[in-house]
Design a protein around this ligand. Structure first.
Ligand SMILES: *[C@@H]1O[C@H](CO)[C@@H](O)[C@H](O)[C@H]1NC(C)=O
Ligand SMILES: *[C@@H]1O[C@H](CO)[C@@H](O)[C@H](O)[C@H]1NC(C)=O
Ligand SMILES: *[C@@H]1O[C@H](CO)[C@@H](O)[C@H](O)[C@H]1NC(C)=O
Length: 371
């Protein structure tokens, strides 16, 4: 798929420049991902607001977690914020699904930092969170455009794939990935551009890492998107075929990014202020890959400084040799076993017509939890 810079509103472009130039050294607590976890009722009203609506600054000012530049972008595109919130929520829920069996399970805390101190570590987990949440915003903005929910974008205007059958029509209303990508790039990355860092410093390295992983997340959505076609014509004769660009399921994008997490590359920042490989024997990461600066803690024990909850009490699988196995999940501390009975529907029979009759079976199961 090709990216065209054509359809981002001019106002958004110029605002970006302003926000970038502002370079205010404010340390903003929290993260924009907070929009996805708290309920902000004002966002629904904001969906129908126009750019420069006087109410926008009140609404945006009340959204905890936005950086200065994000606050300005919010005022300019206040109608987008409900989609941003939805995207953040997709990202967090998918993170929790993908990490459900791991020591760090993407748990959240009750403040606008969303994940607590864990994101301070420039780890693989942090890399994943940046990627999946950026992906969530691309996803939901692209879809909102297609659904006609945003005044500044509509159906995708991406160009016809060269290998598409000549007889097929390129023209259904596709998900607007170009716009979703551009908006997300502006909104999510602006945060990293608000401060200036000493070249080659750790802070600069962290900022480059975030930018890289945000981009990898946005690209994952594009890479997983597909051309989808539909038949038209009398009684399925398929005399006319139209095709358009369509988002994959968000689960597919999550699976894709989990692979990237498992294969993430350790990098460092060099004196010229660029990321470089920590171990030159590995292959250089592409823009689709995740990168990290620091090794992860083992997340075995609770540690408030690290934001680790530890794995005590987590349910594990006695026979699995994977991350969900008691051995790995419990960090060798062992596990407790509890007998439990579960009732479930079983031996179901279908009776003509139309009901299903089941018995209730009682099953004894062992539940293992980490010590
Ligand atoms: C928490 O982790 C930090 C960093 O690894 C370590 O210095 C500290 O001792 C740990 N605290 C506890 C209570 O284990
Ligand atoms: C993650 O694990 C903690 C215990 O370490 C548990 O309390 C929490 O419910 C889990 N969260 C999710 C989202 O699975
Ligand atoms: C436990 O792990 C084994 C081996 O990976 C798997 O076959 C089994 O379905 C798992 N059990 C549960 C309850 O997930």
């Amino acid at each position: 798929m090709t990216m065209t810079a054509g359809n981002i509103p001019l106002a958004l472009k110029s605002l970006l420049l302003i926000a970038t130039a502002a370079a205010a050294a404010s340390t903003v607590p929290g993260t924009w991902i907070n929009l996805g976890l708290r309920h902000f009722p004002q966002l629904e009203a904001a969906q129908t607001m126009e750019t420069y609506d006087a109410g926008a600054s009140t609404i945006c000012g009340a959204l905890k977690g936005l950086s200065q530049g994000q606050g300005k972008l919010c005022q300019l595109s206040v109608d987008h914020m409900s989609s941003v919130a939805k995207g953040a929520k997709f990202g967090v829920l998918e993170c929790q699904h993908q990490f459900r069996d791991r020591r760090w399970n993407c748990s959240t805390v009750h403040d606008e930092t969303v994940f607590g101190p864990v994101l301070r570590i420039a780890s693989r987990e942090t890399a994943f969170v940046h990627a999946i949440t950026a992906a969530g915003v691309v996803y939901s903005i692209s879809r909102s455009c297609r659904d006609g929910q945003l005044s500044s974008c509509g159906c995708s205007r991406s160009s016809r794939p060269r290998d598409l059958n000549r007889d097929w029509i390129w023209g259904g209303c596709g998900d607007n990935l170009e716009y979703g990508y551009k908006f997300t790039q502006a909104f999510v990355d602006v945060r990293e551009r608000e401060r200036s860092f000493k070249r080659g410093s750790r802070e600069q390295g962290r900022s480059l890492m975030n930018l890289h992983n945000n981009e990898a997340g946005r690209r994952a959505v594009i890479k997983r998107s597909k051309v989808t076609c539909k038949c038209h014509g009398v009684s399925g004769s398929c005399s006319l075929i139209t095709c358009w660009q369509q988002l994959a399921s968000f689960r597919e994008i999550g699976d894709f990014l989990l692979d990237k997490y498992d294969g993430a590359t350790e990098v460092r920042v060099n004196r010229r202020g660029r990321l470089s490989m920590r171990d030159p024997r590995f292959s250089v990461p592409t823009a689709n890959d995740l990168v990290y600066l620091d090794d992860s803690p083992n997340y075995c024990l609770p540690n408030d400084t690290l934001g680790s909850l530890g794995t005590q009490g987590r349910a594990c699988n006695r026979t699995s040799s994977g991350m969900d196995g008691c051995n790995l999940l419990c960090c060798g501390r062992g596990y407790n076993t509890q007998k439990s009975t579960i009732r479930e529907r079983c031996e179901c029979k279908f009776h003509w017509c139309c009901y299903v009759e089941c018995k209730t079976c009682v099953k004894n199961v062992d539940i293992h939890t980490c010590k």
